[in-house]
Design a protein. Structure first.
Length: 257
């Protein structure tokens, strides 16, 4: 089975179900009484580009009885109103994948104005209550630093997933760098997070599937759906793109120390 394919993602969903994990979204509150105390998993998807691939994953999840949270940038490569509507109609959460401080070159006043304008773009599609930072690895600015001078709650946002989740209760996996333990992950790092001692050994999805059955914490699994192609041609394109991107990220990691 080819990794980072629709087949391997469906295998991961099935493994989570067999292991008794309930699927939740970031905006799920309160927890249903029948799920209180049960293990759960939050599936987070960052729609960096190629939104049609996110829709394909959303349909696959709906077919498996799973729900997830999809975070869209407001760049043309990500923001697609038709896709947003369809994903929400499948029962998934829509969030804003913000990058305003990086886009504003570190100017907090410009970034705050941009943040509010971009939030308004989601209103015709049901709005958002959750936001998550887009890392922009080539930028020196971390857009989460905007909250040092402004409060996203003033714009009607209920949660920033890095700031408002108790990460000590979760094991966190992200497919950054086409691996679940990648050294190419420069910014997608939650605060106060303590990884499992064996987490560094979990590279492929088969190893992640083996891990989830015995997990003693709830899970947050973060993916970038453009990486999970449904065709052989798409998988070849992703391999080439990821390979080049990872080389740049590793070089930046060395330069930045």
């Amino acid at each position: 089975m080819k990794d980072f394919s629709h087949q391997s993602y469906r295998a991961l969903l099935d493994a989570l179900k067999r292991s008794g994990f309930a699927f939740r979204r970031f905006d799920d509150a309160p927890v249903p009484a029948e799920e209180a105390g049960a293990r759960h998993v939050i599936l987070r998807h960052d729609v960096d580009r190629l939104p049609a691939r996110s829709l394909a994953i959303a349909r696959l999840e709906a077919d498996a009885g799973a729900v997830a949270s999809y975070f869209f940038r407001t760049m043309p490569c990500s923001f697609d109103g038709r896709v947003i509507r369809e994903i929400r109609a499948l029962g998934h959460e829509i969030g804003y994948h913000y990058e305003d401080l990086a886009e504003a070159g570190g100017d907090a006043a410009l970034a705050w104005a941009s943040f509010r304008r971009n939030l308004a773009r989601f209103e015709p599609f049901g709005g958002v209550s959750s936001i998550a930072m887009h890392g922009r690895p080539l930028s020196p600015h971390d857009s989460r630093d905007l909250w040092n001078s402004h409060d996203y709650r003033e714009a009607g946002v209920a949660r920033e997933v890095y700031a408002d989740i108790d990460w000590r209760k979760y094991y966190y996996f992200t497919d950054v760098g086409r691996s679940w333990n990648s050294a190419a992950n420069l910014r997608d790092c939650p605060p106060d997070y303590s990884p499992h001692l064996g987490q560094a050994k979990i590279a492929g999805t088969a190893a992640l599937i083996d891990f989830v059955a015995g997990s003693d914490r709830d899970l947050i699994i973060s993916t970038h759906p453009e990486r999970w192609a449904g065709s052989f041609a798409g998988q070849c394109q992703v391999l080439a793109t990821d390979g080049a991107t990872n080389l740049v990220k590793r070089a930046l990691k060395v330069v930045r120390g």
